[in-house]
Design a protein around this ligand. Structure first.
Ligand code: ARG
Length: 479
């Protein structure tokens, strides 16, 4: 009797459904703690990646003789079935399952028995979750790259379509100098090309295998990390097991590339919002991409552009959130790291949705080129040209600037545009003006003269367009 009392409790005696890690526990997890610590409600979407990683791990364990062939086959089959259940929406979970890794292992053991318990040999959830996240982000970034490419193509087509249209270029949101609409649009294309480079760079850094680091220090089993890397298409292997399980730089790379991309989107959105206002009236956005007002019947609001601008803050928030999360984490894995997922999931969902919508919206904008042209003819946009003209007549630029400033002030007082000023009027201000000045006060001539590299001269813009077209065409991910 006494002896029996001293017998350690078996798991079956424990008051809760036993957790896979429950061996050293004698009390059930507090339900609120279970809810607080579970990641299954959000990491469930990682399941296909968890399965792919586990299948590669099991193949390697089998090749290395750590699992026998029959066990290897059973595990592959079981995992494949679980993936099928997930795809068909038949796989369910409770908070007690904790996370996607535990859910898969539980389901595998339900399906194939004790062989399922061998899958976790030479592996920890710490290297497993890092692997899943890398596999997931590799796909996400590749898809985002494709979606951004579609946006670039649509923007390029728009720039081509409105090749000769002119609008005021602005600084300080004040009319400054005339530019080609294509030049303005290609400015965004340049930004998006840099975004593509950042995404490709993130992708390369994601594509490193963390698996095989185990909990933090490596494993005693004779694993073959190179084989797993080749199997899963990774281009390298994380060199330090402690770094590998606690590194989330690749998450931050995605978040910062995504944040910069959203910043560009937000600027484009802001231009579109301004341009669609009655004050500018440069564009009409397709009805399908606008919404109305519940009270003001006349309203047509550019909500998609506004929300893209708004959601930019949300993506920045996730970047700052994960930076803050990482700051001060001691080596190596800490549960804090679980908080990276919702941030990066939401950020990527937001960036990708914004990219797809902007891509479609761009193609459904009507540019009111007459209105744009009209806006370039008021506001002294050729004042710099006039100063440049005087400089060709021997004045130093600063003096020329002063003379033209005076002319502008007088023209404003008389309510006249520069082109309307008679030569005699100009000569009265400065004798350097000659009859050839009219060629400098011509809009098209002004554009053509801005032929410096990167300038808005039509020839330059045409060449820039072709260069960008080639560059966009070459955007591809190494798969
Ligand atoms: N769910 C965890 C995460 O998202 C992974 C599991 C690691 N848990 C642990 N106790 N070591 O980071």
């Amino acid at each position: 009797m006494k002896k029996q009392e001293q017998t350690p409790k078996t798991k079956a005696d424990k008051p809760q459904e036993v957790k896979p890690w429950g061996g050293r526990f004698s009390q059930a997890t507090d339900p609120e703690v279970e809810a607080f610590t579970a990641s299954i409600p959000f990491d469930f979407r990682l399941l296909p990646y968890d399965i792919a990683g586990s299948q590669a791990h099991a193949r390697m364990l089998t090749r290395q003789g750590i699992l026998n062939k029959a066990e290897g086959r059973l595990i592959q089959k079981g995992l494949q079935e679980i993936l099928g259940e997930w795809e068909q929406g038949r796989l369910t979970f409770t908070l007690a399952d904790e996370d996607v890794h535990m859910l898969v292992e539980k389901r595998l053991r339900e399906k194939i028995g004790p062989a399922g318990g061998k899958l976790h040999t030479a592996r920890s959830r710490n290297d497993q979750v890092a692997l899943d996240l890398r596999l997931f982000l590799r796909d996400q970034v590749r898809q985002l790259g494709g979606e951004l490419k579609a946006l670039q193509e649509n923007l390029l087509a728009t720039a081509k379509k409105y090749g000769q249209a002119v609008l005021p270029g602005y600084t300080h949101l004040q009319r400054a100098q005339p530019v080609l609409l294509a030049h303005h649009l290609l400015a965004y294309l340049e930004m998006f090309c840099r975004d593509q480079e950042r995404l490709a760079e993130s992708w390369r850094r994601i594509n490193i295998l963390p698996l095989g680091s185990a909990a933090l220090a490596g494993t005693t089993f004779p694993i073959d990390r190179r084989a797993v890397a080749a199997d899963l298409g990774f281009s390298g292997i994380a060199a330090n097991s402690m770094d590998a399980v606690s590194d989330r730089d690749f998450v931050l790379d995605c978040l910062s590339a995504g944040s910069i991309l959203m910043m560009h989107f937000s600027r484009l959105a802001e231009d579109l919002i301004l341009w669609s206002s009655s004050e500018f009236d440069f564009i009409a956005i397709d009805d399908a991409f606008c919404t109305g007002s519940s009270i003001m019947p006349q309203k047509k609001n550019p909500d998609v552009a506004e929300l893209v601008r708004g959601k930019t803050g949300r993506v920045y928030g996730h970047l700052v959130g994960v930076l803050t999360l990482m700051k001060g984490l001691p080596m190596t894995y800490n549960r804090d790291l679980q908080e990276d997922k919702e941030a990066v999931f939401d950020a990527l969902d937001t960036v990708r949705q914004s990219t797809r919508l902007l891509a479609r919206m761009i193609s459904r904008i009507t540019f009111k080129t007459e209105r744009m042209l009209e806006a370039t003819t008021a506001g002294y946009l050729l004042a710099t040209d006039l100063a440049d003209y005087l400089t060709t007549k021997g004045l130093d630029f600063r003096t020329a600037h002063g003379v033209v400033g005076e002319i502008v002030a007088r023209a404003i007082a008389e309510g006249k545009e520069l082109e309307a000023l008679p030569l005699a009027w100009l000569r009265a201000v400065h004798p350097a003006f000659g009859p050839d000045v009219s060629r400098w006060l011509d809009l098209r001539a002004s554009l053509t003269r801005r032929h410096s590299i990167g300038g808005t001269a039509p020839g330059r813009v045409r060449r820039a367009l072709h260069a960008l077209e080639k560059k966009i065409c070459r955007t591809a991910y190494p798969f």
